[in-house]
Write a protein that binds this ligand. Sequence first.
Ligand code: C5P
Length: 331
Amino acid sequence: MAEAPASAPASPADAPARQGCTVRAPAKINLHLEVLGLRPDGFHELAMVMQTLDLADRLRIRPRSDGMLQLRCDRPGLPTGADNLILQAAQALRQRCGGPALGADIELEKRIPVGAGLAGGSSDAAAALVGLDAAWGLQRPAEELLELAAALGSDVPYCLVGGTRLCFGRGEVLEDAGVGVPPLGVLLIKHPDAQVSTPWAYRRFRDLREDYYLQAEADFERRREALRRGALLRALASGTAFPPLRNDLQQPVAAEVESVATGLTLLGRCQQALAVAMSGSGPSLYALFPTPEQAGRARGELAGELAAAGFESWCCRCTGSGATLEPPEDR
Ligand code: C5P
């Protein structure tokens, strides 16, 4: 789908030569999602721990000098028009930093399930910022890309940096969790027919739990500090003694989406699992294991039941980075 050129400031005369690139856009899971309160801007104040996985989309970018932005995707039915966050990211970047002649052909290799709570769309947008910054020779500072990312969506800044992070505010305030890359195995499952709209999940939470909202910044900070010092980060650092994982959207979504309730029961049967939870606003679910090999064995043991209930499944490892340019020799 093509996007018309935008009007914007002229591109820098001393910009390096433009060239094509390929960017990895990894999926994330929420290891903790706590709703603290409702903000004046209508978003929820959150305290989260996010983790990137080795399940990733890939963006192949070829710069053009006629101002056209074209997006194609290998998954039929995925919208590739102006609403796609990749094209919104491209427009935002060239309006801020480039010129109307900056264009690109972008091919999206879609591997992350859509509408799944795995930040696939946000990660694609982050990858577009990284890839177009390189392909257009802009070399914008990381802070500027983070600012553009925050305007595109709450999870997009995290998707730029990835790894194990505490995410506060509406999700865009990032802190390093200081635990290294957890050597865990992750068994991820999702029913292909289930999709959850994030605004709907937050509305459900609000309908059910509004009276639990904290109001004062001091109370928010107490919860952030509890997360920084809590059992989850200690478990991630040591690989043992995982507490039950908290996702405040899980119960409201499981009450309405049958596959979430079914999948949680199935994953709950894994003997070796350290913890089981829904990711983000769902409907993806995961179980954590001490090693990727144990995640693979659990997938094998559950294969019959997962297939009978119609679930897709992936065995993943944790990774330490977000949207990343691939080395030229791998392209
Ligand atoms: O920021 P993003 O576009 O990803 O958010 C999608 C929707 O999720 C928002 O419009 C809002 O309904 C909900 N949301 C929220 N609080 C957040 C993040 C998202 O209520 N911190």
